[in-house]
Ligand binder design. Structure first.
Ligand code: GDP
Length: 435
């Protein structure tokens, strides 16, 4: 998907505009993983064109001076985005900081759209003329808080999207990536895995700038592509210093993957940061495997693995479906089991259940645990059908969709999981009113 990045100095309204553009799409996703709160990266759609949008203002640069921070944010936008939206405020005249951002943006060959925010009513439109002086063409008057002018701005943005590129790989090829916080051993795992496997094409200069793809075939002939973003970190200053920026690259890898390996570090244990990116993979509906690396560093007794698993299940409650593999990039312990697990999870992602069989399971579930009632009315389930794979998605036709609460939906999910093998994949249940 094309990427739009929002840049600009603080307080011009970047995150308001980000939220406007992303709109309800965020709030409909239940925030089980806690990733939606301070989101800086999200899916958007305009006139049927899908894109990703980044609020660079939310990228944590550390304690750099103010000007340095906005420069680095602009730098990231120029690296990552297909279209850059530069936001200024019509409530003030052009500031030095605006001019500094503009000067940075002159260097990019990418399309830059200049938006003047806080133009809350038509009388204020004359205030935008000052902004021609930034030398970035015609300013778009917008109001983030009132939702004005965003349509024209987005029309222009999607008009600059690059031609759509075909997916590079066959459907039969399983694409996976390794994500995790710095130093959990992603790069070491990448090298160790590739050391074990028969690489057919290495270091394909992929269509993306921020990952290295390597194709290999496992012993049983299954083809895989490993999408590696870990090794890219050492490229430049920004890549080292900006923690959230590496999250961005992980997110784009997640998007291209069928299966995501969430790498944890056995030596340090689970950290808050581990939960964040795993949450994105879950919300994106990808297959997920939890890989506990550096297993060699622990003094083990017969309860070590069990204790670690309990920790994981508690910290990642929403990932109860994800298999856990304990490995060591250093000693290569159990690395050879990974292709099999990845393949199984990929199969779960692609599993289709026949409606007749599915409905038997649902009706048994309802018989076992009656549907909820509200004000004397009972939720009635008429029929269920699988409407999608990757992730498997089920529509349940009911009398009152709002009555299919989270807890009952979770119960149905568990029954479906008991009946079929959905190892490592989220599944989605959507209630629809029967017409
Ligand atoms: P990344 O930031 O996630 O890519 O992590 P690296 O692959 O750069 O590894 C970080 C550090 O952990 C390096 O010093 C590695 O040598 C070390 N490391 C990686 N995997 C293992 C492992 O399985 N066991 C041990 N003992 N050390 C490891």
């Amino acid at each position: 998907k094309p990427v739009i990045a929002i840049v600009g100095r603080p307080n011009v309204g970047k995150s308001t505009i980000f939220n406007r553009i992303v709109g309800e799409r965020i709030s409909i996703v239940e925030d089980v993983s806690g990733v939606t709160r301070d989101r800086i990266y999200a899916d958007g759609e305009w006139l049927g064109k899908e894109f990703n949008i980044i609020d660079t203002g939310g990228i944590d640069i550390g304690d750099e001076p103010f000007l340095e921070q906005i420069k680095q944010q602009a730098e990231i936008a120029m690296d990552e985005a297909d279209v850059i939206i530069f936001i200024t405020s019509g409530r003030e005249s052009v500031t030095d900081a605006d001019e500094n951002v503009a000067k940075m943006l002159y260097r990019t060959k990418k399309p830059v759209l200049l938006a003047v925010n806080k133009i809350d009513n038509p009388e204020m439109r004359n205030d935008v003329f000052d902004f021609y002086s930034l030398g970035l063409g015609e300013p778009y008057p917008i109001s983030g808080s009132h939702g004005l002018g965003l349509g024209d701005l987005l029309d222009a943005a999607i008009g600059h999207f690059p031609e759509e590129t075909e997916e590079e790989y066959d459907d039969s090829v399983i694409k996976f990536s390794l994500i995790g916080r710095p130093n959990v051993g992603k790069s070491s795992l990448v090298n160790a895995i590739l050391g074990e496997e028969r690489v057919i094409v290495s270091d394909i200069a992929g269509t993306t700038r921020d990952a290295i793809d390597t194709e290999f075939v496992s012993a049983d002939g299954t083809e895989f592509v490993m999408i590696d973003t870990a090794g890219m970190r050492k490229r430049g200053k920004v890549y080292e210093t900006t923690e959230k920026y590496s999250v961005l690259r992980a997110l784009r890898a997640i998007e291209r993957s069928d299966v995501v390996l969430v790498v944890l570090d056995a030596e340090t244990g689970i950290r808050e940061q581990d939960k964040k990116v795993a949450g994105y993979a879950h919300e994106a509906g990808r297959g997920i495997i939890i890989v506990v690396n550096k297993w060699d560093t622990l003094e083990k007794d017969n309860s070590t693995m069990k204790k670690f698993e309990e920790d994981i299940r508690e910290s990642f409650a929403y990932l109860s479906y994800a298999p856990i593999v304990y490995v060591s990039a250093k000693t290569k312990q159990r690395l050879n089991t990974l292709p099999d697990v990845i393949q199984r999870v990929s199969m779960s992602q692609n599993l289709r259940i026949q409606s007749a069989v599915l409905n038997d399971v649902i009706m048994d579930a309802v018989a076992m645990n009656p549907t909820p009632t509200d004000k004397g009315k009972r939720l009635k389930i008429y029929y269920a059908t699988q409407v999608a794979i990757k992730p498997p998605t089920f529509v349940i036709f009911v009398n009152e969709p709002e009555m299919l609460h989270f807890s009952y939906s979770r119960f149905l999910e568990n029954r479906i999981r008991d009946a079929f093998t959905f190892e490592g994949t989220p599944i989605r249940i959507i209630a629809r009113q029967r017409k």
